[in-house]
Write a protein that binds this ligand. Structure first.
Ligand code: NAP
Length: 265
């Protein structure tokens, strides 16, 4: 198994992507620590993992609260002995589709503040433990809007570009301590819109503004990629497993471009 005996914290572990990656980490032998705000969501993922024979623990943690995150990370490191992998997979609803002349400063800043703040807080909290051990993998999440022209997602675009920039900088800072940092950048994941992801509400509003259905929007997005499809949840989770594993030991400071060729380098 690729992640045998690794301890992994997943913030937003009750979410669609956080949960899928947590299940994949556990399947590969990691002990996963699911952190999030809503216990029911965390319990559902933990139950799937333990039913499948894996190891999972849950904790109520606000990933925007520095003290809460630090206390939790310290507790995991003390009880488990190490923090080997961390993923920040939190997601929040934010306003899209409003032209700049009508966009409030608060709505513009909301995703920027949230995503850059939470990645700073969670990376800082685990970095001390990883530095002491001399190893670790920090995974962040972005979207293709980091490099797309608008209209309608100005705040989220800056937020995603910020997370990618943060990940790159952090990789340089922590590399001397044996810590790798990788940003996962999936395109829209159709399965996420079929369940509880906050992204469904955002995509739905965008579709309505464009005068099309959500399915039509997803079909259009798929047709604009090189592979003429969008990524699956399993592909995103399996990439996260690989990136977190020693198999990807030569990789840091990069973006795993899971856009099916919508963006090419
Ligand atoms: N879905 C997609 O197609 C897609 C594609 C590319 C990238 N992404 C990115 O991937 C991330 C996750 O997306 P998703 O689809 O998995 O969303 P999701 O299913 O809505 O999950 C997000 C999770 O974040 C948790 N959360 C929100 N604020 C939190 C906080 N302050 N502290 C702790 N947990 C918090 C939520 O739990 P609570 O409800 O308890 O707060 C929820 O479980 C987002 O950043 C999104 O932009 C998504």
């Amino acid at each position: 198994m690729l992640l045998n005996n690794k301890n992994a914290i997943i913030y937003g572990g009750g979410g669609v992507i956080g949960g899928a990656i947590a299940r994949a980490f556990a399947r590969e032998g990691a002990h996963v620590f699911l952190a999030g705000r809503t216990l029911d969501k965390l319990e559902a993922v933990a139950s799937d993992i333990t039913t499948a024979g894996g190891a999972a623990q849950i904790a109520q943690v606000d990933a925007l609260d520095e003290r809460s995150v630090q206390n939790h990370a310290d507790d995991v490191a003390m009880k488990a002995g190490s923090i080997d992998i961390v993923l920040n997979a939190i997601g929040i609803f934010h306003v899209q589709g409003t032209p700049i002349a009508e966009l409030t400063l608060e709505d513009y800043m909301s995703p920027i503040t949230t995503y850059t703040r939470t990645n700073f807080i969670t990376s800082k909290a685990v970095s001390r433990h990883m530095v002491n051990k001399g190893s670790g993998v920090i995974l962040t999440l972005s979207t293709p809007v980091s490099r797309m022209a608008g209209p309608g997602f100005m705040g989220h675009s800056v937020a995603c570009a910020g997370v990618e920039s943060f990940s790159r900088h952090l990789a340089g800072e922590l590399a001397p301590n044996g810590i790798r940092v990788i940003c996962l950048r999936p395109h829209m994941i159709p399965e996420a819109t079929e369940v509880s992801s906050h992204s469904r509400d955002i995509f739905q509003i965008n579709a309505e503004l464009a005068g099309i259905t959500l399915d039509q929007m997803l079909t259009g997005a798929a047709s604009s990629t090189l592979l003429k499809r969008l990524p699956t949840l399993a592909e995103v989770a399996n990439t996260a497993v690989f990136m977190a594993s020693d198999q990807a030991g030569a990789m840091t400071g990069t973006v795993a471009n899971l856009t099916c060729g919508f963006l090419v380098d």
